[in-house]
Design a protein around this ligand. Structure first.
Ligand code: PLP
Length: 379
């Protein structure tokens, strides 16, 4: 039996999304740009899907552009925003705990003469709006702050940051990477007050290969892909109708189950912490992430890579940090200034609505065994 507790890396595609994708591939294979009936049906599928995603975000459907993934949405938002605001200046504010999909484009912009302020988190992984207020300058063209950190589950104060920008009459565009926040914590784009917001399908039980970027009406971002003029001319390329249909189906499910799932995830996270305190006296929580689906812990004295492999051998899947790091120490945990033993022992456990207490029990059993079998070889 497998216990999948790595839902921040990716999620299982839900049955509704599979059914929507199969239906689109089998019966609705037309090109949405074709003017015959088959094309119009595909176009209608894309239109309805856009409405579903827009509704879930509290946006108008004209403000949602489909992309291939969260990374693309982040890259486009960042490069597009600084290009749009090139007359404002060459200063960017972001945080040291963003995903690489934000940090790497920022570093590239530094090579091109931009100055980037990376706000440092406190020991718990929080960043404040006051830090943004302090860093904000006349020439700040972009502020990019994630909604939920993928490794700690901390919820960043995006709405308060938007308020700071409004109060200071800043010309900076505000981008939010909401890849880990979407359908996990309640928000609308209006409540957050953002100009740009990234989401990704595979984190919410849709297939990989589909994401979206919210672009607030009135923000004229330069086109990302040039060609046939799809997606309002902003992102050309024939629309992946099956992925789009599946994304919408998964989002509809996620919206329908939102309240119940929040309660379930909150419960599971509390249960995990309680079991951990009971069974693993040396283990510690890392950060105080409030998002219900992500929990970071550390087993000081253990190498997390070794523990991840040990657990995997028992059918329990967790992560040693962001899956994107592939074994490199995570910049997020490094930013918390954990000592080396704690840093080496960090594990990320991430839940979805399908997880049960049995999954957590299997994890705990695996960790207790790891404690007995691995410690002597590592201490
Ligand atoms: N942003 C955050 C916070 C993420 O967690 C991820 C994926 O782990 C991404 C961006 C990238 O999304 P995608 O895998 O869809 O490219």
């Amino acid at each position: 039996m497998e216990h999948y507790l790595d839902n921040a890396a990716t999620t299982r595609v839900c049955p509704a999304a599979v059914a929507a994708a199969v239906a689109a591939m089998e019966n609705n294979f037309g090109n949405p740009s074709s003017r015959h009936e088959a094309g119009k049906r595909a176009e209608q599928t894309v239109k309805s899907a856009r409405e579903v995603i827009a509704k879930a975000l509290g946006a108008d459907s004209g403000e949602v552009v489909f992309t291939s993934c969260g990374t693309e949405s982040d890259n486009w938002a960042i490069r597009g925003a600084v290009e749009r605001n090139r007359r404002v200046g060459k200063h960017i504010i972001t945080t040291a705990i963003e995903h690489d999909a934000v940090l790497v484009p920022c570093r590239q912009l530094e090579q091109q003469g931009y100055e980037v302020t990376y706000l440092q988190p406190d020991k718990q992984g929080n960043v404040t709006a006051a830090q943004v207020a302090e860093a904000l300058r006349e020439d700040t063209a972009l502020v990019s702050v994630m909604l939920v950190n993928n490794e700690l589950g901390t919820v960043l104060p995006v709405a308060e940051i938007a308020k700071v920008l409004r109060e200071r009459r800043s010309k900076a565009l505000l981008h939010c990477d909401a890849v880990q926040g979407f359908l996990k914590v309640p928000f609308t784009v209006k409540e957050l007050g953002v100009d740009l917001l990234s989401i990704s399908g595979h984190k919410v039980h849709a297939p990989k290969g589909i994401g979206a970027l919210y672009i607030r009406k009135g923000v004229r971002l330069p086109a990302y892909l040039l060609g046939g003029g799809q997606e309002g001319g902003l992102r050309s390329g024939t629309e992946p109708v099956a992925q789009i249909a599946a994304f919408a189906a998964a989002v509809e499910e996620g919206m329908k189950n939102f309240a119940a799932e929040q309660a379930h995830l909150t419960d599971l996270k509390a249960y995990t912490l309680a079991r951990m305190n009971e069974l693993l006296p040396n283990a510690k929580r890392v950060g105080n992430g409030e998002a219900p689906h992500v929990l970071a812990i550390t087993l000081p004295g253990y190498k997390s890579e070794v523990v991840v492999r040990f657990l995997s051998g028992r059918g329990v899947y967790v992560s040693s940090g962001s899956a994107c790091h592939k074994g490199k120490p995570s910049h997020v945990f490094a930013a918390l200034k954990l000592d080396k033993k704690q840093l080496d022992g960090v594990l990320r456990v991430s839940f979805c609505g399908d997880n049960t207490k049995e999954d957590v029990d299997a994890l705990m059993e695996g960790l207790v065994q790891a404690g007995q079998q691995l410690f002597t070889s590592l201490s």
